[in-house]
Design a protein around this ligand. Structure first.
Ligand SMILES: *Cc1c(COP(=O)(O)O)cnc(C)c1O
Length: 469
């Protein structure tokens, strides 16, 4: 499989190089040159497969030529073997034909484990083969950092540095990062906000001389391998609900547009999906585009669903590329306009096409709490605030009661106690067994000033399993 850039100027790469690339050299994002397409018979024959075997069948075309089948199978069995539920991604029924796909049974209790557990193993496999090492520098406001650290903690060939804003992530989220020890794991608390952290990561990608020749790898959702891993659970859910003979709908709590883009790809690969609903919080750039053809940056609002607090959805560029007939020059132009501070609209027919593909809704904090309370009352299920946004959007946007509606359950409620408390649900939140002593564990973290040079000096002093690069 070859991958091309959404801006049309960077060289096409194979899977292995895309895994290590992050952004393309022209500033674009990599997408498969040709998407695999499965027949209905083929998809139907996968019913009842264990998760890792289904994952092998869905993802195999994407890695062909880079990873031999036997090795890929082994990696997948290991990856999904660490999940604490036998079904890996169980479906839980809320109402008649309404389901939550529980994607929070991985080590850090959020769906990001599905991709980052795999990414860490793939990186280590490819690097071992090449005899190379890489450094990861990532910024997090919460979920990504812990999932990336958990995913890379056993990697022999990866050193990981995660920047989080000092005193501005929740205690559960901080502890999920700082209580994991390893000579290749480095938590850095920056005396600044999340944007400061993200700017430092961007600047480090732009000028990597401080790494003395070691390569920097991206772990945010611009990395293709993350999107790829998320395609699998759309197939998994649909197969359990009568697919592919029957069509299924999905409602997806959305921030960077990575998770729902994977659903869009699943549909293009042959899975019958009826509705794909983009559910956002008050940071609603995607909803504003879908409802009014305006892709315009607005100020960032802190909400009760912090993992969806974004101003711009980086993976949206991948959809725009398809909407524009895969014309990289057109995308480079749009992104340039956007960068100059302007927003943009797309031509009417392209926007109409987008509206055929997706429905959308923005849900505010008050509605989020109402939904948590409502669902708890109706079913006894406690939703996390991100999942609650998905449920609210599913209920508002649903077109047919005959078609099963699956809401992606993106996090465990224990990660976001503030929203659960505000919802007034009188149920104590308990950490799952593997995290029950989280609040007693020792923490390891370095506090650094909001200063790029200081951070880069720290990375180059510790980037080789704690030793200088
Ligand atoms: C990251 C995250 C999201 C948003 O996913 P995107 O792929 O960025 O759209 C939603 N919910 C939770 C809990 C998350 O951690």
């Amino acid at each position: 499989m070859r991958y091309i850039s959404t801006r049309g100027q960077a060289p096409a790469l194979n899977f292995e190089d895309v895994l290590l690339a992050g952004l393309a050299s022209d500033g674009g994002l990599y997408v498969p040159e040709n998407l695999p397409r499965f027949t209905q018979e083929e998809i139907a024959s996968w019913a009842g497969l264990p998760y890792h075997e289904l994952a092998f069948r869905v993802m195999r075309p994407f890695v062909t030529g880079s990873i031999p089948d036997a090795d890929f199978k082994k990696i997948l069995e290991e990856t999904y073997g660490v999940f604490s539920h036998n079904a890996v991604a169980p479906l839980r029924q809320l109402n008649g034909n309404e389901w939550v796909l529980e994607l929070f049974h991985g080590p850090t209790l959020a769906f990001k484990d599905f991709a980052l557990q795999l990414l860490g193993r793939l990186l280590d496999y490819v690097l071992e083969k090449r005899g190379e090492r890489v450094v990861i520098v990532g910024a997090t406001s919460g979920d990504t950092g812990s999932a990336a650290i958990e995913g890379c903690k056993h990697c022999e060939n990866v050193d990981i540095f995660i920047l989080h804003p000092h005193n501005r992530v929740s205690e559960v989220q901080r502890r999920q990062m700082t209580t994991i020890f390893g000579e290749n794991i480095h938590n850095i608390a920056i005396e600044g906000n999340f944007d400061d952290c993200q700017e430092m990561v961007k600047a480090s990608f732009a000028d990597q001389s401080f790494l003395k020749g070691t390569r920097l790898v991206a772990v945010n959702s611009i990395n293709w391998a993350r999107i790829m891993a998320q395609i699998v659970y759309y197939f998994h859910a649909a197969l359990q609900l009568g697919g592919p003979a029957r069509s299924v709908s999905f409602s997806v709590p959305t921030g960077n547009f990575g998770d729902i883009f994977a659903g869009y790809l699943a549909r293009n690969m042959g899975l019958p999906i009826n509705q794909l609903i983009v559910a956002t919080n008050r940071n609603d750039i995607l909803h504003r585009f879908m409802s009014g053809n305006q892709y315009v940056k607005e100020t960032l609002h802190a909400t009760l669903s912090p993992s969806m607090d974004i101003m711009v959805s980086s993976n949206f560029e991948r959809l725009l590329f398809d909407l524009h007939g895969r014309n990289g020059v057109a995308i480079a132009g749009l992104m340039d306009t956007f960068k100059q501070g302007g927003g943009f609209s797309v031509e009417q027919e392209r926007w109409t096409e987008a509206r055929k593909l997706f429905d959308s809704l923005a849900v505010d904090d008050a509605q989020t709490c109402e939904t948590i309370a409502e669902v708890f009352e109706q079913t006894g299920e406690l939703l996390d605030p991100h999942t609650a946004i998905g449920v609210k959007a599913a209920r508002e946007c649903r077109r047919s009661l005959d078609i099963p509606m699956v809401i992606l359950g993106t996090a465990h409620p224990v990660k976001f106690p503030e929203a659960v408390e505000k919802a007034g649900v009188g149920k104590a939140l308990e950490l799952p067994a593997h995290l029950s002593d989280l609040f007693e564990r020792d923490e390891r973290c370095t506090v650094l000033p909001n200063d790029l040079k200081a951070v880069q000096a720290f990375v180059s002093q510790h980037g080789n399993r704690g030793k200088p690069l």
